[in-house]
Write a protein that binds this ligand. Structure first.
Ligand code: PLP
Length: 404
């Protein structure tokens, strides 16, 4: 059912070498490689169907519009949203969060109101809130975690006050791999009458996500992390929330009527999509979602869980190994340090062996401060990685460790 050789054959880049060594790509948390079908969908649209969407009466424009809107339906189905009006196309997770932070704080928050975030957020779920906090006099409250990398839910409960207006939390930590109990956290927030934004950048590629089952008010993700193209992402929002928010950017597409005296805005989701959308990107994204859907998100999750369990066991055999993030529910991300070896040195030497890992603070400096370190090496797995590649990683680390 899960034919790994067939799957790997779908990703041409996996056949290449780096410094004469077969590429071992373990940086999927940063971005994923693209299957041939995604690249072909993009090429095909440029070659055969390219025209600007929504505004044209001519054949090509209508066909491009149909493709673009069909992609919105593919996204809707993928996350089980109620309506395509709730699917806003953006440039990615970062833009989705900035859109929400700007419009939500501007229209629905007052001075001294509070936003709850967590200690393990990516900078893109911290800084947009800080920018707004500075403008509007809003306060950020931070959910702490234990040493295993699990959020402290008792402390979370205590952070709510009558001034709490929004909770923003990552579904899966890009550093620790922790899968946060977002369904439970959303229920808690709703009991206080507070909506929740879930950062799904690291969950969408790895597990089945049903925004209605979670009851998430907002859910955001990036196309490039789920085997789709760069430059396209999604903001899901419940219609009743999106309706209450003002436009983010002004321009074409987002208006109903413009005069110098008064402008009225387009219906959802177009109100939030000023300018020519990345309609080629949305085609690529839809093709990527079709690809992972055909494999089955539950099959991908089971396969990656097996890989991560194997990798954790093998890595722990290495003397001096320190793993960061040992939560009970864990995704396919492993952060580690080995003895006194600087993560940058380890990453650079692994690279010479053809092994691509990420090093540094992973855009989560407050989390690094909490852990008392400056950075880690991070191996993050995707649907095409293998146990053999993990063996190459372990052997590579051993080789570097002996050099030191
Ligand atoms: N949130 C998390 C948890 C991430 O891991 C990332 C990217 O690494 C982002 C947000 C930002 O995603 P993008 O750079 O695609 O906007």
């Amino acid at each position: 059912m899960y034919d790994i050789n067939q799957i790997r054959a779908d990703f041409p880049i996996l056949e290449r070498t780096v410094y004469g060594k077969p590429l071992v790509y373990l940086d999927n948390g940063a971005t994923t490689q693209k299957p041939r079908c995604v690249v072909e969908a993009i090429t095909n649209e440029y070659y055969n169907t390219n025209a600007n969407v929504h505004r044209g009466v001519h054949f090509l424009s209508q066909q491009a519009t149909e493709l673009h809107e069909a992609s919105r339906e593919t996204v809707r189905k993928f996350i089980n949203a109620r309506s395509t009006a709730e699917i806003v196309f953006t440039r990615g997770t970062t833009e989705s969060i900035n859109l929400l932070a700007t419009t939500f704080c501007q229209s629905l928050m007052e001075e001294d109101d509070e936003v709850i975030i967590s200690v393990m957020e990516h900078h893109s779920n911290i800084v947009p809130w800080q920018l707004q906090a500075r403008l509007w006099g809003i306060t950020l409250r931070v959910i702490p975690m234990n040493d295993r990398g699990e959020l402290l839910l008792d402390e979370y409960e205590k952070l709510f006050s009558p001034r709490t207006k929004l909770v923003c939390v990552t579904h899966v930590s890009n550093v620790l791999g922790t899968v946060n109990p977002v369904k439970q956290m959303i229920a808690t927030a709703h009991a206080h009458g507070v909506p929740v934004l879930v950062d799904g950048a690291q969950s969408i590629p790895h597990m089945r996500v049903d925004v209605r089952e979670l009851d998430a008010d907002f859910y955001v993700f990036s196309g490039h992390k789920v085997y789709g193209p760069t430059g396209v992402g999604v903001l899901y929002g419940k219609e009743n929330w999106l309706d209450r928010l003002p436009p983010y950017q002004g321009g074409g597409e987002m208006i109903q009527h413009v005069s110098f005296e008064k402008t009225t805005f387009n219906e959802l989701p177009f109100k939030f999509e000023a300018g020519t959308p990345d309609y080629i990107g949305t085609t690529g994204l839809a093709r990527a979602l079709d690809y992972v859907s055909a494999l089955g998100m539950d099959n991908i999750a089971a396969y990656e869980h097996e890989l991560t369990t194997y990798a954790t066991r093998r890595l722990k055999e290495i003397p001096g190994m320190r793993l960061f993030g040992e939560s009970e529910q864990k995704g396919s991300v492993i952060s580690f340090l080995v003895g006194q070896i600087h993560p940058f040195d380890l990453g650079t030497l692994l690279d010479r062996l053809g092994i691509a890992v990420r090093t540094g603070h992973h855009c989560a400096q407050p989390l690094m401060t909490r852990l008392g370190i400056e950075g880690t090496v991070r191996a993050s797995f995707g649907l095409y990685n293998t146990k053999e590649e993990i063996d190459v990683l372990v052997a590579g680390i051993e080789r570097v460790r002996k050099m030191f």
